[in-house]
Design a protein around this ligand. Structure first.
Ligand SMILES: [Zn+2]
Length: 440
């Protein structure tokens, strides 16, 4: 054993080979061992000074040394790390502490594992999307340590209340069917919501909040917790077309303009066209569509945007209208769908107004319940569509996040504790959107 050494000898300009390879900051390898069963053991000591936690005076007189086991990342395979930890006398006469243990940036006071291990665990779960249990097994640590590392990383998440988002996107999402979990403490069954709502900063794409359920009161409760100037600073909020939600938003964000999501409007439009096609098959053939009917076989072709069609696809579509649309209803509904796309692409309110007039004419010509219903929806949401056209605020970024959230939900399996998965979702989002968000 190396025994006593003066502190000024601790930091060597040229560390030895074992220290260089082990590469744990502020530590030096004293000795390495290979145990009978092949396990490698590394003895280390710190190379930095430690201050008394009571008064901050640097310790110079060593009181005692003891070996502490420290969990660490594998270094070319699993290693067992033993730290020869010093205890110092506090030489400050007015300080109440007589002695104190050393602490380093990698192994702070009372810690039993290195920060680089925490970093590796958080990285495995957040960046690689591995399940906590799987990560624990891969690193030879407990599930609990993985969760603890995640919770510690979460404390470094930016404070939502200090951010000043300009545009918000709010989107509800179903991630699986309803499940029930037995609460072992109370011996009762708990319903786990299959719905959740995410609130995203549309400028950065960062998730600001995750709320369980699709009930808008959850979002309301979240918004009302934000400071008043935070809520007044939100200029635009993009939502799915839900009248109840729109009504409720007026209460929580009274000065905010509401934009309706582009994607959901296209979805409603496509749905109307699909219904017309299904109706037609029933009327003309008295049965459901089959793959041999052109309009059925080309159902995806009908939904695609006209400007994305190749010449061959356009010809196929023309054939569908010529041979499988005797009443002209399908073509009329398709024209309505294309006009909605044109309308949503306009860049100014004047152009939008003109496109709306054209749409009204096409809907009247089409004269079908499906397209008339679509027209009514567009009229009811006209103000929000105008906001969409002017600001371009859609929930697209929320949707992108939902894909990764679904992945987290799946890899995380159970998640009886909802704060655990919320932590993971927020960490993943922060790691992806804020370039310098530290995971360690
Ligand atoms: Zn002290």
């Amino acid at each position: 054993m190396t025994g006593l050494r003066a502190l000024n000898e601790l930091t060597l300009p040229h560390p030895d080979a074992a220290t260089t390879i082990f590469n744990l900051k502020d530590y030096r390898v004293l000795e390495t061992q290979i145990l009978d069963y092949g396990q490698r053991r590394v003895h280390v000591e710190s190379t930095v000074e430690s201050g008394c936690p009571g008064c901050g005076v640097i310790g110079t007189r060593c009181h005692s040394r003891r070996w502490q086991r420290v969990r660490d990342i594998p270094v070319a395979g699993p290693v067992e790390v033993l730290w020869r930890k010093r205890r110092y006398f506090c030489d400050e006469s007015v300080c109440e502490r007589k002695t104190f243990s050393e602490a380093t940036a990698q192994v702070p006071a009372r810690a039993r594992s290195t920060r680089r291990l925490h970093g590796a665990l958080v990285d495995a779960v957040v960046s690689s999307g591995r399940a906590a249990t799987e990560t624990a097994i891969a690193h030879g640590v407990s599930w609990w340590l993985v969760q603890k590392a995640l919770n510690m990383a979460a404390t470094k998440l930016p404070d939502v209340d200090l951010l000043r988002p300009r545009m918000l996107g709010i989107d509800e999402h179903r991630f699986r069917s309803v499940r029930f979990f037995k609460n072992t403490e109370t011996n009762t069954w708990q319903r786990i919501e299959p719905w959740m709502t995410t609130i995203v900063d549309l400028d950065t794409g960062q998730i600001l909040g995750v709320v369980d359920g699709r009930d808008h009161t959850g979002v309301g409760a979240w918004l009302i917790k934000r400071p008043l100037d935070w809520r007044l600073g939100v200029q635009v909020v993009a939502i799915d077309p839900s009248a109840a939600f729109r009504k409720a938003l007026r209460m929580w964000l009274p000065r905010t303009a509401v934009s309706v999501d582009h994607f959901h409007l296209i979805q409603l439009t496509n749905q109307a066209l699909t219904e017309v096609r299904q109706q037609l098959s029933h009327k003309v053939r008295g049965r459901r569509g089959r793959a041999v009917d052109p309009a059925w076989a080309h159902r995806m072709l009908l939904l695609r945007a006209a400007d994305s069609l190749s010449e061959a696809a356009k010809a196929r579509l023309g054939k569908v209208f010529a041979t499988d649309d005797p009443t002209g209803k399908l073509k009329a509904a398709w024209d309505v769908k294309e006009q909605v796309r044109t309308l949503l692409r306009t860049g100014s309110l004047e152009d939008a107004e003109l496109a709306k007039a054209d749409l009204e004419r096409l809907v009247k010509e089409s004269n079908q319940p499906e397209t008339t219903r679509l027209w009514r929806t567009i009229c009811r949401w006209w103000k929000e569509i105008e906001v969409l056209i002017v600001t371009g605020a859609t929930t697209g970024k929320v949707e992108a996040n939902n894909t990764s959230i679904k992945h987290i939900k799946r890899t995380g399996r159970g998640f009886v504790n909802s704060t655990n998965y919320t932590t993971r979702i927020m960490l993943r989002s922060a790691a992806r959107t804020a370039v310098n968000f530290p995971l360690q």
